[in-house]
Design a protein. Structure first.
Length: 237
């Protein structure tokens, strides 16, 4: 591969870094400061020195702006590559759940094992065969442009008693946490009504599709929701 092309096209490891940087940049709305290397290391399950080394390589390829001890940001080209990678990942997740019947709690890990080997033309045909889904099994939009990659949402914990919402996304994708969230009925699209918030960072009491549940603060902070009008949320009760 010519040198100019190798600098332009991220390899598998680089794509995983770019995807995670993008998620951290947009996780709870566009952030003002850069992504810190220790923050990225924690998200990827790697050491800080390994992340620092990759940050330098990505900067050399024009995919991130990196300043030692200050963190890193995606460049416009880095954001485009991250978006392409996220799009493919989410299409493959939808293929696994919709066409192969895997549970949505397994989709993230399974997709990560082979998504990088999927040719562009196969991705295009998969998307068409799936009837062009709008989102992945976890509720994240399948993006056309970087700005589409995260919906306009808030966390479940930010809602107040009496507010009705619809589950949008789950911010963590590991099979154990997603499986537990699924057991509570908190899958994307589920209707939720906040009944009570305990003081001092206590749990939240809520109704999920009419069933009363109690969830802890941490769980309520990784489930995002879209508020809906009270009368719309009350339908079917």
């Amino acid at each position: 591969m010519p040198e100019v092309e190798s600098k332009r096209i991220p390899d598998r490891a680089a794509r995983e870094y770019l995807k995670q940087i993008f998620k951290l940049e947009e996780r709870e709305g566009p952030r003002e400061g850069p992504v810190q290397t220790n923050e990225l290391a924690h998200a990827l399950g790697l050491t800080a020195p390994a992340v620092t080394d990759m940050a330098k390589k990505l900067a050399e390829r024009g995919l991130v702006d990196y300043t030692p001890y200050r963190g890193l940001r995606l460049t416009p080209s880095g954001k485009r590559e991250a978006t392409r990678a996220l799009r493919r990942h989410r299409i493959v997740e939808r293929f696994l759940t919709d066409m192969l019947g895997f549970p949505w709690s397994d989709a993230h890990d399974l997709a990560s094992q082979f998504e990088h080997e999927v040719p562009d033309e196969v991705e295009v045909r998969l998307y068409a065969a799936l009837h062009k889904p709008a989102s992945c099994p976890h509720g994240f939009p399948i993006p056309e442009v970087p700005e589409d990659s995260f919906p306009d949402v808030m966390t479940l914990y930010e809602l107040e008693p009496g507010e009705v919402s619809e589950v949008a996304t789950v911010l963590e994708e590991g099979p154990d946490i997603v499986g537990f969230i699924d057991s509570l009925g908190l899958c994307p699209g589920a209707r939720v009504e906040i009944l009570q918030k305990m003081p001092f960072d206590g749990p939240v009491v809520l109704k999920v599709e009419g069933i009363e549940r109690t969830v802890g603060q941490r769980l309520a902070q990784i489930v995002t929701v879209r508020p809906v009008p009270r009368d719309r949320g009350s339908k079917g009760r």
